[in-house]
Design a protein around this ligand. Sequence first.
Ligand code: ATP
Length: 608
Amino acid sequence: MTNKVTDDTQALPLVVAANAPKLPNKILPFCWYFFRMFWPVLFVMMLLEAGQATFTMMLSYGMKELLDAVESVPLNEAGGVYTALKWPILVFLGYNVGMLLCARTSGGLLVTIGPRMRAKIRETLFAYLQHHSQRYFMGNFAGSLANRVNEVAMSVMHGLWTFMFDFWPVTITFIASWFLLQDVSANLANLLGWWMLVYVVVSVLLASHARKLSKDFAAARSMVSGKVVDAMTNMMNIKMFARSDFERHYIRSALKEEVSKASRTYWYMEIMRWFQGITTLVLLAGFTILSLQDVATGVMTPGGFAMVFSLVLLIMNHVRGLSRSFLEFFEYVGNIADGISIIVRPHEVVDAPKAKPLNITKGEIKYSRVHFSHDGRADVFKSMNLTIKAGQKVGLVGPSGAGKSTLVNTLLRLYDIQKGSIKIDGQDIAKHTQDSLREQIAMIPQEPMLFHRSLMENIRYGRIDATDKEVIAASKKAFCHEFIMEQPEGYSALVGERGVKLSGGQRQRIAIARAILKNAPILVLDEATSSLDSLSEKYIQKSLDNLMKGRTVLVIAHRLSTISHMDRILVMQDGKVVEDGSHDELLQEPEGLYAQLWGMQAGGFLPE
Ligand code: ATP
């Protein structure tokens, strides 16, 4: 099922996969999506922070009361000091205790929910990302996406804490100060009121521009992370071509861009700091002049004067912190905006509304007038028709770029076709769930990728509930049991990132064991034996022949010898099936592409 949400950034409806989290793509609703899950605790924390701010400010008032009481103590009266100061001191202490209790309870709640909330955000973003298409992952650096997930989670959290621990208490402090000042001098209260208004409006206007700069800066940072991870992943290439210096320069140019974005952001922030520093001085000067006038005219008591100055110091302290918080806050907002713009995009390949699971009983595949283009310009398939009977073993050959992989990728629905239909056992794959489709097709890719997990876990990926015994049986059939047992840790051995600690042939055998375990009615092999030596291939071929029994099989091959025994061979060229028949039938056409390729295949490989 799909969920449509308006998406201003793309001017398109935001199509979200049914089982993906329904993440909003605007900053406030996006943050609220997570805050909502923890709102009772956050609400209590806000109350506690308001309490703490009020108590902190009441200290100024407590001091005024204390000083006024000191002034009123009759000097010659024994015990008069004690009587006059008892309550003001107790109240003053009470404010301190209240402040401490509020602060620490709020701190305890923060420690409790902070890590949970951060984990929730990362988990949700990961869940959303998982539903993006193959095309999306091909177009975005893995490292840059991982960096964005972390930055968004960190920024949502820090943005919330900035609001809760800085903006919110400051708001309370300003409002309460205004009321306290009313009691002492209306002029001062008015000055504070106007100053607050100007300060907040100008700060928000300045900071909203900082947000755009921060977003660009965040994008530049993610780009650098992506390029660094890409270089790390290609370390072998870098070494083989002795391109360490080249790569350093390459990364340096990305870093240069980051530095330029950082400088613009930080200089702008400096300007904001100037504005905030100057306005604070203006406030201090205004308060000093007005309160001295009030003392001179007797409107203000010495206690009142002390309270005004302690309030001014408190406000100045807050404002100094506030200028930093404003800048950081808009940096977080920029990070979130950048993350949302990349991660919370429409999902390209989604299940149809009320899609049901596909039920493959026989395995007949039918392409009817299929039209497909990767980029909307160059067509790969134009009105392609193709039927593969249930249980048929089909070899796919053809020059590079002919569309063999695209045929398989559209069958697996890694890409959606633009027109026509692809049916399996009469059921349109576009109308059924993607998971049920892929669960029933076993694919052995040319370069199988493995997780950096144990061999046992990697093979069991074919069927998560398989027992150890079943995993070992599948490994034996795929001829990988022996080399696994040669590893010191056996099936518990870790295989390195993407399986780098194994040879290409070993990775292929692991992939074959996985497919054996998956036991799917349709099997797709993409040059599955290309990395094997001739001896292993002979064994594996036997095992694959066993695996192929009773299933519909599609085999992409460059070495024609690997598919010559198939029931049927499809020769593809420019997105069309140009020849179709068994090996013997195709050789009957000496002018045909297959016969020519077969003739040219002296080394066993297809020429380009
Ligand atoms: P090979 O034998 O080299 O793997 P192939 O027959 O499998 O080639 P495809 O990979 O299906 O060919 O490619 C068919 C056409 O689609 C080619 O012109 C290719 O450039 C294009 N193509 C493939 N993948 C993409 C992509 N992700 N984006 C844009 N065009 C693509």
